[in-house]
Design a protein around this ligand. Structure first.
Ligand code: ADP
Ligand code: MG
Length: 700
């Protein structure tokens, strides 16, 4: 029996109470789980400070000295223990709120102690609450490494006496109990090729680093393993899917496509658009189901590509649909596409949450008898009631707003899944798309249509508003239109509404009717009111659009050349980039003005300077990931795919990820089922990982 499979309660020093804490708080069930609970940092436990060197900004301090003047104060639950700690340079105060009795009994007078903790200033005296302490003689006999692991714990754990030091002791006890070496999880040929240290060595040194070099080696080894198995899982799944699902074969390009290309397309496609269209067509002809992510910065012209792909589906006798995350966007797609398809005799309709019953019934009917060629809509499309006669291609726009679950529902629309193209304008850092969307093929439109001038971006403080108003007036004189956007805070919709209302009032005062006309759109308006306001702006009957972030995605009004963003400090980077993408869609020079107060956090400053400094969506996405961490970004995509790693960082370990992906790709290409002798170990380990996940799934 493998010792590492033992329940954690059987580990020396743990017991049932601490075991249940470890399970509930850290999801640690077995010895092995604990071994894979890694430290978050290492402290140098050979370095000592003297009392007069203490500063409040030190994350922790280690001191050497004596403890005296123990005094208890307060009664019952309010009881606490004060003591003085001193060395030759001065003294500080120590406080305990818990374990008072134990501390009092165990501290010896006139004995050298090693004290460890975070010092804070109270009433101009440094104080350490609940310090770790140990007699210096014992400390000396024990520490061999200057790097002592520290583990995250929780309040609950600490209450149950499972602090960082206790976890370190548990780790030591595992290695003491271990009779043999920990079984290797990677095949020898990979270990040799990448000069990795063994799993056994790595796990020892991640908890008890003998020196910094070995610590680095073990981190590298464990990060590789983590990323490699992530990639292997994704690529194996993908291979399985590709092998097991047949795709509709679209053999020809017919009249719909050709007539559109000859008569309706008013511009030359960019090279990037042509390339992507080719990639999609290759999928269509391959006999495999197409599952492709189409990435392209805002304004790069994804809609046309999507439309032309749909026309190929129509040419082969199939229906197509396009799903957008909001009714505004769906309506806009419907309008654009209807206009583009004029004269081609294509039956197209739109279905949203606010479609009338009569229209709904007609759509259902025409979908099922095959009269309807293209359906545009919102989530309403994936409702069970909506049945197609033969759906050949589904386009999902702004994929980041939808989850994997919706994509899966789209799959189930036919007995044979339709081809699926998901489009996103949110540039995803490559490392993230490799892990989160690792099972999709990716096409990138990395070129804007010709003649576009990059949007100029400026930052102004609220006090400079008059200057900004002057600029708006000049632009309107030249016939341009303006967006003014206010932040939308979910937690406080009323407050957000007030911001917008106040803004609207001051705008209408500065830009009075009849000379100026102002539209307003916000989340509390009914759908058709929103549509009406949008239409006024699209038809250039209003010059200014005051809005919340409802216009963030997809809205396309080429004559709008100025985007003013109010309270810019309250927006995230990717949101700002999306908003800026609403302008710069025509041939005229566009501008983006970021308004803020004087008080700005470090991160807000970084976001603003990034926006002012670059228009490159991928660059912005990288900075965004550095600021927020990959978890947050992926979190908003509700992906459900593993993206958070224990050790590997998607911002810092891009090299390791690249190697891991490359390696996994080669292995799956040559041995998809991992049947070769040298790959058996991979299969065993993959199964083990997935079993873990299932167990966690059941328990939580
Ligand atoms: P996005 O990728 O953000 O969805 P759209 O598809 O809305 O971009 O396209 C933005 C604008 O660019 C539209 O007005 C579209 O008609 C125009 N456009 C797309 N492709 C080209 C092209 N090759 N040449 C000129 N204009 C184009
Ligand atoms: Mg779009």
């Amino acid at each position: 029996m493998d010792l590492l499979k033992n329940e954690i309660k059987f580990l020396s020093g743990v017991g049932p109470k601490k075991a249940s804490l470890l399970q509930n708080e850290l999801k640690v069930y077995t010895f092995e789980d604990l071994l894979y609970y890694f430290p978050f940092r290492y402290t140098d436990r050979t370095k000592f400070y003297s009392v007069n060197q203490i500063r409040e900004d030190l994350p922790y301090t280690q001191l050497k000295g004596k403890i005296s003047s123990l005094v208890t104060a307060g009664e019952g639950r309010k009881q606490r223990l004060h003591a003085e700690f001193y060395d030759s340079t001065g003294s500080i105060e120590l406080v305990w709120f818990k374990g008072v009795k134990w501390v009092k009994q165990n501290i010896k007078p006139n004995t050298q102690y090693v004290l460890f903790g975070k010092a804070s200033l109270y009433n101009s005296k440094f104080t350490i609450t609940h310090p770790e302490f140990e007699e210096f003689s014992k400390y000396e006999s024990k520490i061999k490494s200057s790097l002592q692991a520290e583990y995250h714990t929780s309040e609950m754990l600490k209450k149950g006496y499972v602090n960082s030091k206790a976890i370190l002791t548990f780790q030591r006890n595992i290695f003491k109990a271990l009779g043999t070496k920990i079984q290797e999880s990677l095949p020898n040929y990979l270990i040799d090729k990448f000069k990795l240290i063994s799993l056994h060595e790595a796990l020892i040194n991640i908890h008890f680093p003998k020196n910094t070099d070995l610590l680095f080696q073990s981190q590298r080894r464990l990060k590789f393993e983590e990323l490699f198995y992530n990639q292997l899982t994704l690529l194996k799944q993908k291979k399985l899917r590709v092998n097991n699902t047949k795709g509709f074969v679209f053999t020809k390009v017919g009249d719909y496509f050709n007539n559109f290309y000859k008569n309706n397309l008013k511009f030359e496609l960019t090279n990037a658009q042509k390339r992507v269209l080719k990639e999609i067509r290759r999928d269509f002809g391959s006999g495999k189901q197409c599952n492709r992510l189409l990435q392209g910065d805002v304004g790069s012209g994804k809609t046309i590509v999507a439309l032309m792909a749909m026309l190929i589906a129509l040419d082969n006798g199939f229906q197509a649909c396009i799903m957008a995350p909001t009714a505004i966007l769906a309506t806009q797609h419907f309008d654009t596409i209807s206009e583009l398809l004029e004269g081609l005799n294509i039956n197209i309709n739109i279905l949203t949450g606010s479609s009338k019953t009569k229209q709904r019934r007609q759509i259902h009917e025409e979908l099922e008898n095959g009269e309807l060629n293209i359906l545009v809509g919102t989530h309403s499309l994936i409702e069970d009631k909506v049945k197609f006669k033969n759906l050949g291609l589904a386009i999902i726009d702004e994929q980041h707003r939808f989850g994997v679950a919706q994509r899966a529902k789209m799959w189930a629309k036919n007995t044979n899944p339709p081809h699926i193209v998901v489009m996103t304008a949110t540039p995803i850092p490559r490392t993230l798309s490799m892990t989160v969307y690792g099972d999709l093929d990716v096409s990138v439109i990395d070129e804007l249509p010709p003649g576009r001038k990059p949007v100029k971006t400026y930052h102004y403080f609220d006090t400079q508003r008059l200057k900004v108003f002057g600029f708006i007036k000049k632009q309107i004189q030249e016939g341009r239109q303006i967006y003014i956007v206010y932040p939308l805070i979910k937690e406080s919709e009323t407050m957000d509404y007030k911001d917008l209302e106040d803004g609207y009032e001051s705008i209408t005062r500065a830009f009075p009717a009849p000379k100026y006309a102002v539209s307003v759109v916000h989340g509390q308006m009914k759908n058709d009111e929103k549509q009406k306001a949008m239409q006024l702006f699209i038809k250039c009957q209003t010059q200014i659009m005051v809005a919340t972030t409802v216009i963030e995605v997809g809205v396309n009004v080429p004559n709008a050349t100025v985007m003013i963003i109010e309270s810019v400090e309250r927006f995230g980077l990717s949101q700002l980039h999306q908003l800026r993408g609403r302008v710069g869609r025509g041939a005229d020079q566009s501008h983006c003005v970021l308004m803020s107060g004087y008080k700005l956090s470090k991160e807000a400053k970084k976001r603003i300077s990034t926006m002012v400094g670059t228009n490159d969506g991928f660059r912005i996405a990288e900075v965004d990931m550095q600021i927020r961490g990959p978890g947050d970004i992926a979190g908003t995509q509700q992906s459900g795919v593993p993206f958070e790693f224990k050790l590997a960082s998607l911002t810092k370990d891009t090299n390791i990820l690249q190697i891991a992906r490359q390696t996994a790709t080669e292995i799956i290409e040559n041995d998809a089922n991992l049947e070769k002798q040298e790959n058996k170990i991979l299969l065993i380990h993959l199964k083990k990982i997935n079993k873990h996940k299932n167990r966690w799934g059941i328990i939580s």
